[in-house]
Structure formats: C-alpha cells, structure tokens
Design a protein around this ligand. Structure first.
Ligand SMILES: *Cc1c(COP(=O)(O)O)cnc(C)c1O
Length: 234
C-alpha cells in the first residue's frame, strides 16, 4: 500500500471499487456505504485532494488536530471524531463535528449533551463497543451495550445513531469477521427494541485492512486512512 502513497485520487477510486465489489458480493448497494477518510497526521493539502476526489466525510482521532485543521480546510466537509474523547475536550469540538463515533461512558455522553445544548445543537453520536474485549481498546462491553443506550435515551441534545467498533488487527482480515458479525447482531437486536430517541441507522466498522469483510457483515460507515493516504509517518 505504501507504494501508492503518491496519488490520492487514484487511491480513492481504488477504495471505491473495492467497496463496490464487497457490496455486490454481499447483495448490498454501495450507495448506502459512507467512507470516512481518516486524516490523522495527514496535512491539509492532502486532505483537500481526498475531499476533491469526493470524500466529504473526514475523520480525526485527536481534538487538537481536528481544531487546528478545521479552519484551514476551505471546503465543505463533515468532520467525524473517531478517537477516544476526553470529557474536558468536548467543548472544543461540539460545534464542529457531524458525528462523534466514540461515546463510551455516561459521563462523556452527559458532557456532550450539556455542551450541545449550549450551542443549540443536537449532536449525532455512535456508541463504541469493545467487541473483542481487548484491554487496550475503549468501548462498552457488548453485553452492557443495550442498557447503556437506554441510559442515553433521556439525553435530549445528543442523538444515538448507531454503533462503532475497532476490530483487533489481524494479518488475515477474515479473522476479524466474527467481530463485525457480532456487532451487526447487536445492532439489529437494539434496533428491534425501538428505544425512544434512539435511531439505529449506522454501523461504523472496518478500516484499511478489513473494510471489505466489515461491509460483507453489514457496515455502512467505513473509516479508511492508510488505503487512501498511504502509510502514516507520525
Ligand atoms: C486510524 C484509525 C482508522 C483508520 O485506520 P487505517 O488502518 O489507516 O485505515 C480508523 N478508525 C480509527 C478509530 C482510527 O483511529
């Protein structure tokens, strides 16, 4: 993949073709799948290349980096916060982001709710689930996810729009399939409950190494960095 660092527009076309193939393979419509271009460590000129190639959803995992790039990108795009979010940093991004993918505690959800009210917004959020139970990853335990979501349903300035997970890295992406399958099952189960103020619309799963498998298992948001921008050199 690092051999293709040069041409972002070409990489975007390649990713789109792979998404279409994965969608076709699983009888899905590629049009229902959103790519979030993960732009952490990527400079704003290269971000603009991806935006101009059609990827209007961009994802950052750090608050500071998101804020410093936010004013430099003079393109219309949707900002996604995909990394762990500290409660004391919510105030910096609450007026900027289209979606926060990483809600993993009631304290954080309450802070987003409070800050959203102040700026007269309703902020879309996803609940991060630690499907594989890795110590190194944030997220709610699968078995506790439904109860957690019920607790969020009373917060009127956030809107839960679905679930997100980060699969463990496997050399063979097939090995991550169980993670995506389990999250999709959880997603469907919770959706079926029709919980008040909860709109289970999005399943954010799959990254450069495993997005095709994630799509086959129902992802409708994929978060892709390396396959678009090449290897990161932080
Ligand atoms: C970095 C990151 C990605 C993208 O990873 P790639 O392997 O470069 O595609 C996706 N999701 C999250 C939460 C990330 O931090």
């Amino acid at each position: 993949m690092s051999s293709k660092n040069g041409n972002i527009a070409e990489n975007v076309e390649d990713v789109k073709a792979r998404i279409e193939a994965a969608a076709r393979k699983s009888g899905r419509n590629a049009g229902e799948i959103t790519v979030v271009a993960v732009t952490k460590t990527v400079d704003t000129d290269r971000m603009v290349e991806a935006i101009d190639a059609g990827l209007v959803n961009v994802g950052e995992n750090r608050v500071q980096e998101l804020c410093s790039k936010y004013d430099k990108i003079n393109r219309k795009c949707n900002w996604h916060l995909i990394g762990h979010l500290q409660t004391n940093k919510v105030k910096y991004i609450v007026d900027k982001v289209s979606m926060i993918h990483s809600v993993d505690s009631l304290e954080l959800a309450r802070e987003i709710d409070k800050r959203a009210e102040k700026v007269h917004r309703i902020v879309d959020v996803l609940v991060q689930v630690n499907v594989a139970g890795e110590d190194t990853k944030f997220g709610i335990e699968p078995a506790k996810t439904e109860d957690f979501i019920r607790e969020l349903s009373c917060l009127r300035n956030i809107k839960v729009k679905g679930l997100m997970t980060i699969a463990p890295f496997y050399e063979n992406p097939e090995d991550a399939r169980y993670v995506f399958r389990e999250l999709n099952k959880k997603f469907i189960d919770i959706k079926r409950e029709n919980i008040d103020n909860i709109d289970m619309a999005f399943l954010s799963m799959g990254m450069s190494n495993d997005f095709e498998v994630a799509i086959e298992e129902g992802a409708n948001i994929v978060r892709i960095g390396t396959a678009i921008f090449g290897k990161r050199h932080p």
